[in-house]
Design a protein around this ligand. Structure first.
Ligand code: ZN
Length: 465
C-alpha cells in the first residue's frame, strides 16, 4: 500500500514540478506579490515606528470608514443602524462606538448572507467554513484583496524571525491535493508540503527522513501537528534538524509544555501566530518575547470583561470590506496582557496566552496523537453545535446538537467529511454519535471543540522517554 502511494506521490511530484519549476522564481514571486500586497507591506514597515497617537488615529479613521461603508452597502448593518438611529458619520471618538451591540457567532451563523456587501457577487468571493475553537460553526466569505492583506501582515510578522518567502520551508497541511486527489506530499521550489492526513504509522518515519533531506529553515503547522512530529522525532531518538531556524505554529493555542517539548526536539525556537478564519485579527510573537502582539492595523481590539479576571477578545476587522465583522466576539479569552511590548517597543496589544484553543488532540487506540485540526473542521449541514468527547484511547463520542431539519443523509455526510479530514488516521479511533439538546459550557462560558479527559502531557512525556 505504502509503495503504491509512494509511486503515486512520485508521479504527482513530477507533475507539480513540471508546473512550478518551469516558472522562473522571479515570475512566481511576482504572482505572489500583487500590487495590493506590496502597498500593505510598505505601510506595515512604516507603521513599526508609530507612536500611540498615530496608531489610534489610524484605527479611528479605519473604523469610521468601515461603519459608513457597512451602513451603505451591508444589509445587516443598515438595518441595525437605522433601527437604533446610529449614524456613523457622527463618530468622533472610540466612546461613540459603544452603542453598537457586540456581534455574536450565532448571529453570523444565522444571517450569513446579510453580512455581505450587496454589490459584490458571491461568485467572486472564497467561501470558508470554520467550527473554530468555539464549537459554533460559521461560514465566512473572503475576497482577493483580503487575501493580499493577510499575506502581507503574515509576511511582516514573520520577518521578526528573519523569514523570507524564499526560505526553505516545510508545511504540514491538513490535506494535499493534486487533480482532486489527496496525496501524501508535494514538493515544489522552496516548499515541501506534507499531508497531515498521512501523519501516522510508517508515513511519520518517511516524513521525518524526507524533511531531514530537505533541510528546512522553517517548519509550519498547527501546534498539535508540530507536537505529533516532534514527538515522533524524540520517540525515535533522532537528533534535531540542522539549520532549522524556527518552528512556526499557528491558529491553535500553544501550551507551555508543547513549546518546551518542541524546542527540545527541533532544537530551534518556536514562534507562534494567532490568526482566524474570519480574518478579523492577527497576532504573532516578536524578536524578543513570546507574547502575542495583536496587529493594530489589521483590526481594532476591545477587551470585554470575562470570568475569573479574564477578558474576551472582541474585534473589528479592517481588511474584509466584503464581509465586515464589527465588534465581533471571538470567544477567545486572554489573561495577562499589556498595552504595548516592553521587549520590542511596538504599540501593539500583547497577550500571554489565548485560552480556548488548546488540547486539540484525539488519542488513537495505540496511544497515537491525532491532531483534530480545529481550524480545518468546518460546518456540518444542519448541525448547530458539536463537540468531541474522549475518555479512553481509541474511542471518541461526537456530541451533536441537531437542527430541526437534521436527517439520515446529514448523518452520512458528517461521517464522509470526518473520514476525509482524518484520512489515514480514521482507523485509529472508533467514533460514536450522540445527539443532545445542548452542550455544556466551561466555567469561562466557552464550548470546547474537544472535551479531552485523557492526560496528554503524561502521554507525550511517557512516549518521549
Ligand atoms: Zn515585542
Amino acid at each position: 500500500m505504502i509503495k503504491k502511494l509512494l509511486a503515486l506521490s512520485a508521479s504527482a511530484e513530477k507533475a507539480a514540478l513540471n508546473i512550478y519549476e518551469r516558472t522562473p522564481l522571479s515570475l512566481r514571486y511576482r504572482l505572489f506579490y500583487s500590487p495590493a500586497f506590496l502597498r500593505w507591506l510598505t505601510l506595515l514597515k512604516e507603521s513599526e515606528n508609530w507612536d500611540k497617537e498615530r496608531v489610534r488615529a489610524y484605527q479611528l479613521e479605519q473604523t469610521r470608514n468601515l461603519l459608513i461603508h457597512s451602513m451603505k452597502n451591508v444589509p445587516y448593518y443598515r438595518n441595525l443602524f437605522s433601527a437604533s438611529g446610529f449614524n456613523p458619520e457622527n463618530v468622533q471618538n472610540f466612546d461613540d462606538l459603544r452603542v453598537i451591540p457586540y456581534l455574536s457567532k450565532e448571529n453570523v451563523r444565522d444571517n450569513t448572507r446579510e453580512f455581505i456587501d450587496e454589490r459584490v457577487p458571491l461568485t467572486s468571493l472564497t467561501k470558508k467554513s470554520t467550527g473554530g475553537s468555539s464549537g459554533i460553526p460559521i461560514t465566512v466569505y473572503r475576497s482577493r484583496s483580503n487575501e493580499a492583506a493577510f499575506l502581507a501582515f503574515r509576511t511582516s510578522i514573520l520577518a521578526r524571525i528573519a523569514y523570507r518567502p524564499k526560505a526553505r520551508e516545510v508545511m504540514l497541511w491538513p490535506d494535499v491535493k493534486l487533480g482532486g486527489k489527496s496525496i501524501p506530499f508535494m514538493r515544489y521550489g522552496n516548499r515541501l508540503v506534507c499531508s497531515v492526513r498521512y501523519l501516522t504509522g510508517e508515513w511519520i518515519l518517511k516524513y521525518l527522513d524526507m524533511i531531514r533531506n530537505f533541510q528546512p529553515e522553517y517548519i509550519l503547522g498547527y501546534p498539535s501537528v508540530l507536537t505529533v512530529l516532534s514527538n515522533a522525532l524524540k520517540h525515535n531518538n533522532l537528533p534535531p534538524y540542522r539549520g532549522m531556524k524556527a518552528a512556526i505554529s499557528y491558529s491553535e493555542n500553544l501550551s507551555a509544555w508543547q513549546r518546551e517539548f518542541m524546542e527540545m526536539s527541533f532544537g530551534s525556537r518556536v514562534f507562534s501566530m494567532y490568526a482566524m478564519t474570519e480574518r478579523a485579527a492577527i497576532a504573532g510573537e516578536c524578536e524578543n518575547s513570546t507574547g502575542l502582539h495583536f496587529h493594530p492595523l489589521y483590526g481594532m481590539m476591545e477587551l470585554k470583561e470575562g470570568d475569573h479576571g479574564r477578558k474576551e477578545v472582541v474585534v473589528t476587522g479592517f481588511t474584509n470590506n466584503e464581509m465586515p465583522l464589527i465588534r465581533y466576539k471571538t470567544g477567545d479569552l486572554i489573561g495577562e496582557h499589556s498595552e504595548f511590548c516592553h521587549a520590542c517597543g511596538r504599540r501593539h496589544l500583547v497577550a500571554g496566552t489565548i485560552e480556548g484553543r488548546s488540547h486539540e488532540f484525539l488519542v488513537g487506540r495505540n496511544g497515537e496523537l491525532i491532531p483534530a485540526l480545529s481550524s480545518w473542521m468546518g460546518t456540518f449541514r444542519n448541525v448547530l453545535q458539536y463537540q468531541f468527547f474522549q475518555k479512553q484511547p481509541g474511542k471518541v463520542v461526537l456530541n451533536i446538537v441537531p437542527a430541526k431539519a437534521f436527517s439520515k443523509s446529514d448523518h452520512a455526510l458528517i461521517l464522509e467529511e470526518l473520514e476525509r479530514i482524518f484520512g489515514q488516521m480514521k482507523d485509529a479511533v472508533y467514533l460514536e454519535f450522540n445527539f443532545v439538546d445542548h452542550i455544556p459550557r466551561t466555567s469561562s462560558g466557552k464550548i470546547k471543540m474537544i472535551e479531552q479527559q485523557l492526560d496528554l502531557y503524561n502521554l507525550v512525556a511517557r512516549n518521549a522517554n
